[in-house]
Design a protein around this ligand. Structure first.
Ligand code: CA
Length: 188
C-alpha cells in the first residue's frame, strides 16, 4: 500500500513538472552544472556530478555539516518573485546516504513583502528516519499571502542525535516552484 501511494505521488509529481517544465521559477533547481543560485555561508556545500534526482538526472547539490546537534542545515534559494494571492506548486527531492547521520528532509517556503519583511513560513517535511540511499520527493501547494512580493525556498536536512561525530550530509535535486493554474488565483 505504501509503495502504491509512493508511485502515485511520483507519477503525479512527474506529470506536473513535465507539463510545466519551462516554467520552473527556481533559477537553478536541477543542478545541471553547478549550485549557483543557492546560498548559505554557515554550512559546507558543493556540486556533485555523480548523484542526481529522478527528474533531471545527474548533477545535485551536496550539503554537509559537522555540527551534529540534531539541528537543521541546508541551502537557500535566491529570491523568487511571486504574485500575491496566486497558488504555487513546490517540490524538491532529497537523499540521505546510509553512511550519513542525516535523518530527514524538509523545506521551508518563506514569504516576504517588498520591504523584505517576512510575512509567513510554510513547510513540507518528511518523517524522521527516512529510508536511506533513495531519492525521496517532497511537495506542497501554497498560496502567496496578501502583500507577498517574493519567496525563498530553504532546503534542509536534519542531522542525527546529539553526540554523533560523523559528518551529517545529504543531497538535494529537482527543486521546482511553478505557478499552479489549477487553483483560482487572486483574492476576493
Ligand atoms: Ca539534477
Amino acid at each position: 500500500m505504501k509503495s502504491t501511494v509512493g508511485i502515485l505521488i511520483i507519477t503525479l509529481l512527474s506529470m506536473s513538472i513535465e507539463r510545466s517544465a519551462a516554467q520552473n521559477l527556481v533559477a537553478n533547481g536541477t543542478f545541471d552544472a553547478n549550485i549557483n543560485g543557492w546560498d548559505n555561508p554557515f554550512i559546507t556545500s558543493e556540486w556533485v556530478a555523480s548523484e542526481g534526482g529522478p527528474i533531471s538526472g545527474s548533477g545535485a547539490m551536496r550539503i554537509s555539516t559537522s555540527n551534529n546537534n540534531n539541528g537543521l542545515f541546508g541551502m537557500n534559494s535566491d529570491p523568487i518573485s511571486v504574485v500575491a494571492g496566486n497558488w504555487y506548486y513546490t517540490a524538491a527531492w532529497f537523499m540521505t546516504p546510509a553512511i550519513s547521520v542525516s535523518e530527514r528532509g524538509l523545506y521551508f517556503i518563506d514569504w516576504y513583502d517588498s520591504d523584505e519583511v517576512q510575512l509567513l513560513r510554510d513547510a513540507v517535511s518528511s518523517e524522521y528516519g527516512v529510508v536511506d540511499d533513495v531519492w525521496l520527493p517532497l511537495e506542497g501547494d501554497f498560496r502567496a499571502p496578501e502583500n507577498a512580493s517574493f519567496m525563498i525556498i530553504r532546503l534542509r536536512l536534519q542531522s542525527g542525535i546529539p553526540g554523533q561525530i560523523e559528518e551529517a550530509f545529504g543531497f538535494w535535486d529537482d527543486a521546482f516552484v511553478l505557478v499552479d493554474s489549477i487553483f483560482f488565483s487572486s483574492f476576493d
